[in-house]
Design a protein around this ligand. Sequence first.
Ligand SMILES: [Zn+2]
Length: 117
Amino acid sequence: MGSEGHAAPEWTATVYLAELSCGRCAEPSLHELRYAGRILVASRCTNCGATLRRADPALWIEYLEDLLQRVRTKPRRMATRALRNPRRFFSELPKSMLTKPVHLAEEFRTLLPIGKV
Ligand SMILES: [Zn+2]
């Protein structure tokens, strides 16, 4: 984590909740963990609002490496899902093809502030 602030940024990527110890309010509390793909970008204490956000440009490299790996393994993952439950796979395919660009755009938006001075 690189920077700390009070204002919650506009975040739209995947959010998980986890109970963590907060550096500001010194209490175990629920934290929102924001991910771009599988890379943790930021956390926010839901008790006091303390925000930690990674600000190093290396985050972009980690994200792009992760994205490449996801793209590389995508055909195998899709085939596995199709074999496991063909009806469900094909019924959900149009939706997943439409939402994928939206998900990628959300991941990029999460990372955009990184590296700005
Ligand atoms: Zn806190």
